[in-house]
Design a protein around this ligand. Structure first.
Ligand SMILES: [Zn+2]
Length: 294
């Protein structure tokens, strides 16, 4: 009897922790920014598998066999949408997963751009906090639909998180709204900040388009350097997901000042930009520091 009890007490912690993991809602997110927003709202009730991690480039991502396994185990798959993750759509179709698939950007009014003669939607909608509010609402709704038992917690977490987003929205308006009119032209590696520019009247230019897939030609880089000189661009910024060599070359040849690094399509692995609100605040401060001086 005593031996049996000992055995039982040895087994108990193991079986409890397995039960706890099984109780959690299995969610797959396509990239790090969505993983963080889902974590903020889902809290202890969700088990998140994120596909494209911190500092990595989702445009050129190639899914792994582990990603396919995660999709099959998931009950909810959260993607950005607006054409950001064509590789995920293909993987969802090929695995035949029965998970619910949602686009966090649902309801966003997309910016569309002309690229190589084609009209394409800009997927980087998270850089406008008014859109981020929609992301939070869509993710909350999906978590509640997939796991109604924890509805109250999801809604409470969501409200608390939105309060932080509203505070950040006010800070962005105050800081970026106060920039001198002549200091509102900047360059980044790829066209990731169009929604931020649209919200605050900043003109972002880039040697690469909406995706990082196509490398710019020498003629395109030369044209941008001329444009930087003529348009009196205030600063050029590197991006965390990109090799900085091209940007440094552009800064050197155009005489433009390097304003620092902006977090475009991924969180940082650690430090202040390792959450979405932290990323936004970091970008805000970096832009403000570089552009507020006369
Ligand atoms: Zn991008």
């Amino acid at each position: 009897m005593r031996a049996l009890l000992v055995l039982f007490s040895l087994l108990l912690p193991l079986s409890l922790s397995t039960a706890q993991a099984a109780d959690k809602l299995a969610v797959v997110t396509s990239f790090s920014i969505l993983a963080d927003i889902t974590r903020q709202v889902g809290g202890e009730h969700v088990q998140i598998t994120d596909m494209v991690g911190p500092d990595a480039d989702a445009h050129t991502y190639e899914p792994t066999p582990d990603d396919a396994k995660a999709l099959l185990k998931a009950r909810l798959i959260i993607k950005n949408g607006l054409g950001f993750e064509p590789w995920l759509d293909r993987l969802v179709a090929s695995t035949g997963t029965r998970a619910m698939v949602i686009s966090a950007s649902r309801g966003v009014i997309p910016r569309s751009l002309d690229e190589d003669g084609e009209t394409v939607s800009d997927p980087h909608a998270w850089h406008n906090l008014a859109n981020a509010e929609l992301y939070v609402a869509n993710i909350t709704k999906a978590l509640v639909a997939a796991d109604p038992a924890n509805q109250a917690d999801y809604q409470r977490n969501s409200q608390a998180y939105l309060k932080r987003i509203y505070a950040l929205l006010a800070e962005a308006k105050a800081k970026l709204g106060s920039l001198p009119p002549g200091n509102r032209k900047v360059v980044t590696s790829h066209d990731a900040f169009g929604y931020l520019g649209q919200a605050y009247g900043i003109d972002f230019m880039a040697p690469q388009g909406l995706s990082t897939e196509r490398e710019p030609s020498a003629a395109e880089v030369a044209a941008l350097i001329t444009q930087i000189r003529n348009a009196k661009v205030k600063a050029v910024f590197m991006e965390n997901i990109k090799d900085a060599r091209l940007l440094k070359q552009i800064a050197e040849e155009s005489g433009a000042h390097i304003g620092g690094t902006l977090y475009s399509d991924a969180l940082a692995a650690k430090g202040p930009a390792s959450t979405f609100t932290g990323l936004f605040e970091y970008n805000l401060d970096t832009l403000y520091d570089a552009l507020s001086q006369p």
